[in-house]
Design a protein around this ligand. Sequence first.
Ligand code: FES
Length: 394
Amino acid sequence: MSENNSERHDHEAGNETSSAGPERRQPTEAELAEMSRDEKVRLGLAQDDVELVEYPDPWPVKGTRAERRAERAVAAWFSLAGFSALAFIGVFVFWPWRYVNPLADERGHFLYSLYNPLIGFFLGLSILSVGIGAILYSKKFMPHEVAVQQRHDGHGSSELDRQTIAAELADAGNRSTIARRSMIKRTAGFGAGAFGLGTGVLVLGGMVKNPWAETGPDSLNHTGWMQSEGEKVYLRRNTGDPHEISLVRAQDLSPGGFETVFPFRESERGNEEALLHALRRSDNPVMLIRLRPGDNPVARQGQEDFNYGDYYAYSKICTHLGCPTSLYEAQTGRLLCPCHQSQFDVANSYAKPVFGPATRALPQLPITIDEEGYFVAKSDFIEPIGPAYWERNS
Ligand code: FES
């Protein structure tokens, strides 16, 4: 260590042998074996021209009350993390998670309704406690050293360094043959330029272009069920052939039955592009459901006449993350989303979510039948389809 110190003093006196600092004598193996850990730490730092100015022991007097208090605080947070995690596991496994109808069992429903908040609370508390414990440990027990690293201000690289580095760079460029590869140079310039431009457009475009300001049937403010010029919008099946139009009538579904339907206008007949668009547009799929006798749906305020008798039409796009809610379980009267198991109660409410991560009811399409008995939409949806959190203000 003493040799290193003397070298550092030489350096401070301006006796550098190169721009990177004084050349340091490497300790012999025997000297290395003799060194304490602290000396090795300082030697390693000195190799990078780093000097430890202060390296205080956080608790120079061992066993004080303050130290024990700090230790207990850290331990308390880690314990809380552990208990919270256990509580999370306990709730996750044992808490009643199946939906309980509040009309049938108020207490059961109350317990069920605590399921999601509790697992979220305990998991969150566990993560938070681990974090606080780790921060507290590093503040209280990790050494907070003050170190100085020499930057050799005022001493540029030596001529030798400059010339050898320049030669190395030039040699690497030369060996890569980039100098004579004009095509690569041009395409690289184009690629990098276009990428830079694209990044700029991405950043600035979002502030300039407002997709919600657009109007018309293909705008984001409407779905394919939008009415225009008094033309009927029928409910059709997807038969696999866009030109084979199969409309839906009331007698086609038996109680408890359901069907996925899409919009169809007579003016689109024969127009492959329009027909395919209607079948593929992501916010068009609708689940037409015929409830069973004894089902007890609840109409949403202002949507009392959206159903036609026992027939209810709901957007098939899950309000959680937009998967298709493709399974209707007639016995429970619930629509199930396969992605994260959200369940929407159709038979006892208005497709309100009763299980899983979805928080918003499925939008209902107002339907009726025309004079020939075919189902038609009375209007477009009156609320956003799918997750649509960016469209809603409530
Ligand atoms: S997308 Fe339906 S539950 Fe997540």
